[in-house]
Design a protein around this ligand. Structure first.
Ligand SMILES: C[S@@+](CC[C@H](N)C(=O)[O-])C[C@H]1O[C@@H](n2cnc3c(N)ncnc32)[C@H](O)[C@@H]1O
Length: 319
């Protein structure tokens, strides 16, 4: 199953208002489309990319979209006098393919790439393409870095003030078992990022696992968690970048820990995993430890968004 993200017109407003996203995709279409091309926009939403292609040289464009938003896209096309377009209101993994395409555009990108659960839709893209056809995006890279998220209230809130005379600090252990979406400034990164995964479209796996190590290169830092983001190579020289400091509607994915002080030179070890649960929702697991310069373990953590209604593990064996 794929989920996409159809939750009404206002969600599409957020995507269309994201000029980093829109400019990168429009630039890539201009770079990769040739006059007379047959183009597919898969998971077309309001049709921004397919309709742009239709207006700018494509012979024929197919907008493939499984949700009712396609009816609104149809109205947008008519309003803009675009007629070289057809609408396929079906699941892209099963629909008919009227003719092989020269270019397939698929912006089904969720937070940290994966949360729209479009993996199987990406895997289905080749069936729309001629053998020498082109795809946007081409490669997606996922990055992770440890962060001191000074303004992130998700965990810290629970230890701060008493509310109604009550101390809610036990809630922090529960709040740490979920991933959050943030827009983080770059200066909150504690160490340079590492590549977590590299995905060549259309070969998108349902699960990802990676082990990373980070050397803390700043004094006076605290570990609040790990921040994850993606870049997408859309065309030669056109990279959509969502790293901290660049504001997009995706922001970055944040995997919290119960905040810990760090020393310069500490080594942070992280295991990060992603898989789908039985309802095809993304489940994240992150565990690891901090080692001081002498190699002694000073802090261990283990969290899972699947155990949202369980406490975060206070200690465990790091593997
Ligand atoms: C992230 S939105 C992007 C919309 C549009 N491409 C844009 O960039 O503005 C992904 C779209 O894919 C659609 N979608 C999800 N699963 C699909 C499927 N299996 N077949 C066709 N469309 C799907 C969703 O309904 C949603 O409109």
């Amino acid at each position: 199953m794929s989920r996409g993200h159809f939750v009404g017109v206002d969600y599409h407003r957020l995507m269309l208002a994201d000029s980093v996203r829109v400019d990168a995709f429009l630039g890539a279409i201009k770079a990769l489309m040739q006059p007379g091309d047959v183009v597919y926009d898969i998971g077309a939403g309001l049709g921004i990319f397919g309709l742009f292609a239709a207006k700018n040289g494509a012979k024929k464009v197919y907008l493939v979209e499984s949700s009712p938003i396609l009816e609104v896209a149809r109205e947008v096309a008519a309003h803009n006098h675009i007629s070289n377009v057809e609408f396929i209101n079906r699941d892209a993994r099963e629909c008919e393919v009227p003719q092989p395409g020269d270019l397939v555009i698929c912006e089904g990108i969720g937070n940290f790439f994966v949360t729209d659960e479009m993996q199987s839709v990406y895997r289905a893209l080749p069936r729309f393409l001629k053998p020498d056809g082109r795809m946007i995006p081409g490669r997606v890279t996922l990055y992770v870095a440890p962060a001191f998220a000074l303004m992130f209230p998700g965990i810290r809130f629970w230890g701060e003030d008493r509310i109604g005379g009550l101390d809610f600090s036990p809630v922090a252990h529960w709040a740490a078992n979920r991933a959050y979406i943030l827009n983080l400034p770059e200066e909150f990164l504690i160490a340079p990022e590492q590549v977590f995964a590299q995905i060549d479209i259309p070969d998108v796996p349902d699960s990802l696992h990676g082990t990373m190590e980070f050397r803390v290169n700043r004094q006076g830092m605290r570990l609040s968690g790990f921040v994850g983001w993606f870049t997408a190579d859309l065309a030669p020289g056109i990279v959509l970048d969502t790293r901290p400091g660049i504001r997009t509607h995706w922001g970055q994915m944040f995997f919290p820990v119960l905040e810990q002080p760090l020393s310069q030179g500490d080594l942070i070890k992280l295991n990060l995993g992603l898989h789908m649960d039985e309802t095809y929702r993304s489940v994240f697991e992150w565990s690891g430890q901090v080692m001081d310069r002498r190699g002694n373990s000073t802090f261990k953590f283990r969290h899972s968004s699947e155990r949202r209604f369980q406490k975060a593990a206070e200690s465990h064996e790091f593997t």
